[in-house]
Design a protein around this ligand. Structure first.
Ligand code: FAD
Ligand code: UDP
Length: 390
């Protein structure tokens, strides 16, 4: 490796790209290696053959309460004001289909039980928990009141159990409770998926935002470059291109892969995406529709609703299927499966990394965590600040 670099950053997703830019602005010369042929990690977007902007690795909606992160990212993109709304699409029991907002809220109650009964149940829930309160499905199921318990069973059955089985291969009570807590029952008429202060989509897409972020004289970006062919952590000191490297290494790939799976592979879920372009203006009226009771796929995304792109007579949709990650070539580990056993295995890898004072694990894969984009961007900025002030 060229001795002139102060830092090696592995991966050009949110973690790596934000950190690389912040280090570069602090005067560090950064080499950024990305294995894929593009920047942006899983937030990468591009126009498809019909010219419709798609998210290649699943729908990404930006939302945050962290104004500092929002301001920082806003240096690289204007935003389209977009408030994400999701509906569950379920059989209505009479041969048709029924849709209601997810997170399940006061409107969902009325759609499910009729206006009068829905209102009565809503009032009862608000008397128990308070208006505008968010209650996790697992907490709601603990309620001793018979009617509330029956309602909790309804929501569990129609919103959570089948979707969670499809997404995780496990029941809601058997996965990390923080996961279902992301989508609580909401005692409100607010039918937005997120209530964060800042929400939106990068106006021209995520990829142009990343390209601007990485356009800095102190950043050298190599695409199609697998860092594991150059980074060696098998000995007592960290080596790059065969020589000891005293600079900082920020690694945002899988922790198990970095250490050649020596304690065994960390479990993940992967996703298969089926894209389809249809010759019509609109397919489903929403950015995302969740299939919470039937179908093999978890949800369908229709991109033009997210991006606001005007494309008369054409729309691209994507069905999303989840399954166990096997490590087969081409498979992508999207979700860490957070539980005590897997966390303990991860800790063994983290301990190996901790042997190198100049190696930092950062990001969804490297930290084996469920980070949203804003959270990992915030963490990357903090880490860069710590490195720069050392
Ligand atoms: P990644 O984006 O995975 O980037 C890691 C990068 O490192 C990849 O580009 C990879 O190719 C590269 N890499 C790995 N190993 C090597 C190597 N050896 N050499 C070189 N490069 C390497 N968050 C939200 O806030 N809102 C959403 O709506 C949202 N939707 C999501 C939907 C889906 C389907 C998924 C899976 C996630 C979603 N997220 C969302 C989370 C978001 O994707 C993550 O927060 C973000 O991508 C994390 O960034 P990262 O840099 O840690 O990881
Ligand atoms: N979930 C569910 N039904 C839904 C939406 C979510 O059961 O209609 C559960 C499911 O277990 C999912 C979790 O809540 O994995 C978190 O959902 P979220 O939409 O936050 O997941 P993401 O797609 O952002 O990873």
């Amino acid at each position: 490796m060229d001795r002139n670099f102060d830092a090696l950053v592995v991966g050009a997703g949110f973690a790596g790209a934000v950190c690389a830019r912040a280090l570069a602005e602090g005067g560090k010369r950064v080499l950024l290696l990305e294995r894929r042929p593009h920047v942006g990690g899983n937030a990468y977007d591009r126009p498809d053959q019909a010219g419709i902007l798609i998210h290649q690795y699943g729908p990404h909606i930006f939302h945050t309460n962290n104004r500092e992160v929002f301001r920082w990212l806003s240096r690289f993109t204007p935003w389209r004001d977009y408030q994400h709304r999701v509906v569950a699409d379920i059989p209505d029991g009479k041969g048709g289909r029924l849709r209601y907002p997810v997170p399940f809220n006061l409107t969902s109650l009325e759609r499910a039980f009729g206006q009068q009964e829905g209102r009565r149940l809503g009032a009862k829930l608000m008397a128990a928990y308070g208006p505008e309160k968010k209650v996790t499905i697992l907490a709601l199921r603990q309620n001793q009141d018979q009617e509330i318990a029956a309602l909790a069973d309804y929501v569990y059955e129609h919103v959570f159990v089948h979707y969670t089985m499809k997404q995780w291969g496990q029941r809601p009570e058997d996965i990390d409770p923080n996961t279902t807590a992301r989508v609580p029952v909401f005692l409100s008429r607010d039918d937005r998926y997120f209530q964060d202060a800042c929400q939106g989509m990068p106006l021209e897409g995520y990829t142009p935002m990343f390209e601007r972020m990485l356009n800095h004289p102190n950043i050298t970006l190599e695409l199609g470059a697998d860092a594991l062919e150059r980074l060696d952590v098998s000995g007592p000191e960290l080596r790059v291109d065969g020589a000891p490297f005293p600079g900082t290494v920020i690694y945002t790939g899988q922790a198990d892969e970095l250490f050649r799976f020596q304690y065994g592979p960390l479990p993940y879920r992967t996703l298969d995406f089926a894209f389809e372009t249809l010759n019509r203006d609109d397919f489903q009226g929403y950015g995302t529709v969740n299939y919470t009771v039937d179908q093999d796929y978890t949800r369908i995304t229709e991109f033009k609703h997210l991006t606001g792109q005007v494309c008369p007579g054409k729309t691209t949709i994507m069905k999303e299927y989840s399954r166990a990650y096997t490590g087969a070539p081409g498979e992508i580990p999207y979700y860490a499966i957070i539980n005590p056993d897997n966390n303990a295995l991860y800790d063994q890898y983290a301990a190996l990394a901790a042997r190198f004072p100049n190696l930092q694990l950062l990001g969804r894969l490297a930290e084996y965590k469920y980070y949203n984009m804003d959270a990992i961007a915030g963490r990357a900025l903090e880490l860069a600040e710590t490195i720069l002030t050392k």
